[in-house]
Design a protein around this ligand. Sequence first.
Ligand SMILES: *Cc1c(COP(=O)(O)O)cnc(C)c1O
Length: 480
Amino acid sequence: MQPLIKQIRDLEEISAQLEIDIVHRKELLSSLGEYTNQFIESLPTALSFIDKDVNKGNLKISNQPGNIAEILKVFNQEVAESGIKAASGGHVGYIPGGGIYAAALGDFLAAVSNEYAGVAYASPGAVAIENEVLNWLKEVFSFPKSAVGNLASGGSVSNLIALTAARDKFGVKNEKVTKSVIYLSTQAHHCIQKSLRIIGLEDVIIRYVDLDADFKINPQDLEFKIQADRAAGLHPFLVIASAGTTDVGAIDPLDEMAAIAKTNNLWFHVDAAYGGFFVLTSKKELFNGIEKADSLVVDPHKGMFLPYGIGAVLIKDANAVLHANRYAANYMQDAVLEDLAIDPANVSPELTKHFRGLRFWLPLRLHGIEPFVACLEEKLLLTQYFREKLVELGFEVGPVPDLSVSYFWYPAESKTNDFNKQLMQHIHEDGSVFLSSTLLKDKFVIRMAILSFRTKLATINRAIEMIKRCLEKTKEQMAG
Ligand SMILES: *Cc1c(COP(=O)(O)O)cnc(C)c1O
C-alpha cells in the first residue's frame, strides 16, 4: 500500500472510536436514561444545598478511556451532590432555573443532528425554528412582527445585545460617551453595568432615578432628571426599566416610563429576564406598556422552566442591531440573503451557536402552552401561601410582592440583623430547602424566589418545617 493511504488507514482505526456503534449507543443511552431517571426520582427527598468541596482529582482528564458507569458515578458525587441542587423544587433562593425534561430532549436532538442555527442558508429548518420561537415571543409581548430578536445564552448577553443596539442607534461613541446619559434604578441587575463596560460605555453618565417605597422607579423623578440633563447640555439617550427586579421582584411603572421615553425621544429598554413570562398570568396588567419598549429581554431558563443557557432579546429597530452584529466576511459570501435579520448570526455576537430554539420549541409542541401558564400561576399562589405561613411563625414579611420574589426577617428586638444572619446560616447548614439573603436599606433579610417548576405545596411545607427547626436553634443560641 502507498505510505499515505496506510497512514490514513492507521489513524482511521483510532479515530473510528468517536463513531460509537449502534449496540454501544443503546447501552450508553440506557445507562444515562437510568441515571437521569433515578436523579429525577430522588429530587423530592434530596437536599437542596450541600456545602461540600469538590474533589478535583476525580475530574482529571487523561488519555485513559473510561466507562460510562464510572463517569456517571463521578458526576453524581462531584457535581450532583455539591452546591445548590438547581433541578430541585427546593431551590427557592436567588432566581431558580428550570430544567424540564422535554427541553433536555430538545438539546439531545440538537446535539445529535448538530444543525447549524446561525445562518438560514446552512440550515433553513433550524433557523426557521429559532424564528418561530421569536415570533411566538413577539405575540406574547405584543411586539410587532417586524421586530427582530435573538436566542442568546441568557439575560446577560441578551441585555448586551439590546444595549449595543441602543448605543448604535444614538451613535454614542468617542467624545459623545462622557456626555451621554442613561437612566437606571439601583435595583437594576448588575449585568447592565457589566454590559456597559464591555460595550465601551463605562464612562457614560448613569443617573439613578429615585425609587418609591416598593423599590420602583419614580416616573416624576425620571422626567425631572431628563429635563435637567437636557438643560445642562447633556445627551440623554436610554431609559432602562425592570419588569421583575432580582432583589424584590418589583415591576417598574412601564407605561409611564414608556411615555416619558417617547416624548423625550429616548430608547426604552425593559429587562424582564426574571418576570417577563408572568405576562401570561393573572398579573398581566402589571406589564402594561411592555409592548412599547424599544428592546426587551426575557429569560426562558427562568420563566419558561428551561435548562440554563437560554435568554431572548426582542428589538424593534432592525438596523440598530444589525449595525454592530452584521459583518459580511468573504468566506460567508454564499450565505448572503436579502432578509438579513432572519439569520441569527446577524443579530448576535455569536456566529456559530447552539441550536437553542429546539429546547424551547420542542417542549411547547409537546405540552402546548397551558401547563406553563398554570405553573407560573401556581408559583404566585405558593408565594402567597409561604408568606402567610411565615407570618404565623412570627416573621415579618416584605410588602405584597408583584410576582414570586419576596423576603422576610425575624423581629429580634435589638439584634435583628445578627439574628437573621445566624438563622440564614442554620438554614444553609440544614439544606433541606435553599433560600438566599440580601440587604435592603441595610436590613438583612432572607429572600424567597419561587420559580422552579418543581416547587410545589409540599416543598413549601418542607421549607416551613425547616425554618421552624432553624428558628428554634437560633433562638437558643442567641439567648445563650
Ligand atoms: C437573571 C437576570 C439577569 C441575568 O440573566 P442571566 O440569564 O443570568 O445572564 C438579568 N436581569 C434580570 C432582571 C435577571 O433576573
